[in-house]
Design a protein around this ligand. Structure first.
Ligand SMILES: Cc1cc2nc3c(=O)[nH]c(=O)nc-3n(C[C@H](O)[C@H](O)[C@H](O)COP(=O)(O)O)c2cc1C
Length: 212
């Protein structure tokens, strides 16, 4: 009887130890994976940001020179998100806004929109979407150069009516067989310019200047 109790005891202790070690291993793996994912996201962000404001045009650390933006609003942010400020020797060069374009064909389209201090678009990149391959996905820089058509455009160069796709009477090309996706992107970029116009002083004066 004693030996039965002993072997039950050993089995319970063994199982307990196994459970503790396994859950420890899972937790460690999860936290390592989380760190790796965070590093990869930062790398991808930094790559996209540098496409918009190249390294020879700024000398601060974009990723640490940020201004928090409230959720919702013109930029349609799902939660509080940072805007990035590019500076050269401390002087602002551009701001890069996160923007969510509502009403894509398959849901919201996440973009970053760079605007220089004079209010002109410096560059736009799509960083997340679920549009159809071969149709709506031509908004990606690696699929077509359509997204470059915003470069240099502003609220001065184009009226509110012109900030639309051609099919709606505006100035921007739609994509072949896909009007819904570009309509959403054009509207998102336009909203970023409107947001910039209303908030530029707060943005450039309120940002912490990091990493010169
Ligand atoms: C399977 C399928 C996928 C489609 N994907 C897209 C898309 O990703 N983006 C888009 O703008 N239109 C897409 N379209 C086409 C739209 O339904 C629509 O016909 C097109 O955007 C033109 O819109 P319009 O008639 O308002 O000009 C897709 C159509 C089908 C049948």
């Amino acid at each position: 009887m004693d030996s039965v109790k002993q072997s039950v005891f050993r089995a319970v202790v063994g199982l307990g130890l196994f459970a503790i070690i396994t859950s420890g291993l899972i937790a460690t793996t999860q936290s390592l994976t989380k760190d790796t994912i965070a590093v990869e996201i930062k790398k991808a962000q930094s790559k996209a940001l540098i496409q918009i404001v190249p390294l020879d045009e700024h000398n601060n650390d974009l990723l640490s020179d940020t201004v928090p933006l409230n959720e919702g609003g013109l930029l349609n942010l799902p939660h509080t998100t940072d805007a990035y400020i590019a500076r050269n020797n401390g002087e602002p060069v551009a701001v890069i806004f996160p923007v969510t374009a509502a009403n894509g064909y398959s849901g919201p389209i996440k973009m970053i929109v760079g605007i220089d201090t004079s209010g002109k678009v410096k560059g736009v990149r799509v960083v997340g979407h679920r549009e159809t391959p071969g149709l709506g996905d031509k908004i990606e820089i690696k699929k077509s150069d359509w997204i470059l058509s915003f470069n240099g455009k502003s609220l001065v160069s184009h009226t509110d009516e012109q900030w639309k796709v051609k099919k709606d009477g505006g100035d921007f090309d739609q994509l072949t067989g896909a009007t819904i996706t570009p309509r959403a992107v054009v509207s998102g970029v336009h909203n970023a310019l409107l947001f910039f116009k209303q908030n530029q002083h707060v943005i450039f004066d309120g940002g912490k200047s990091g990493g010169h």
